[in-house]
Write a protein that binds this ligand. Structure first.
Ligand code: SME
Length: 171
């Protein structure tokens, strides 16, 4: 059984520590690396930022890069979470017609909006290799992470819009 991020205060304190020690896109990459390392069911972790009708990958951690550096808000599980301004959990990507495939091993996905003043400014996208890898405890934990990175997401968004490549926070 995966270690669930239930009431995972130590992990959130560590996220706070990362955000107090690092700045800019490096900090987003380190948050991706840290939460992936902390929870075995987080196999690929990315942060996309909203640029009008497009989601742009700002930072990620995982074994491989994704080809989806940009995703139209009209497409994918990522697009749905942004459009609907809510967490989307897909138990089995093979039964989600809108799923944009990245990795052969992926079986489930969770996408949690990053909000500033109620508006979606980005999202945390996590892929897992097991069916039903994610539940409400992941949603709660990732919403707390999203709240913590929201100000930074707004701050670095112009760099990503200007074409800066995504930061890899480690495999
Ligand atoms: N699967 C996502 C695309 C991004 S990759 O998971 C990194 C989607 O359907 O939107």
């Amino acid at each position: 059984m995966p270690v669930r991020p239930v009431q995972s205060t130590p992990s959130l304190l560590q996220v706070d520590s990362i955000l107090s020690h690092l700045t800019g896109i490096d900090a987003l990459g380190e948050v991706c690396r840290f939460i992936r390392h902390e929870f075995h069911h987080y196999r690929w972790v990315g942060i996309y930022l909203v640029d009008g009708e497009t989601l742009r990958l700002a930072a990620w951690a995982g074994p491989q890069a994704t080809e989806h550096l940009t995703i139209p808000v009209g497409q994918g599980i990522c697009g749905r979470a942004a459009r609907e301004n809510r967490t989307v959990i897909v138990d089995d990507v093979r039964s989600a017609p809108e799923y944009l495939a990245c990795f052969l091993e992926t079986r489930s996905e969770i996408v949690v909006p990053i909000r500033a003043a109620g508006a979606v400014v980005g999202e945390i996208d996590i892929d897992g290799n097991e069916v039903k890898a994610y539940d409400a405890s992941d949603d709660r934990f990732l919403r707390a992470v999203a709240d913590r990175v929201a100000a930074l997401a707004v701050q670095v968004q112009p760099e990503i819009v200007a074409g800066r490549p995504p930061h890899r926070g480690g495999g």
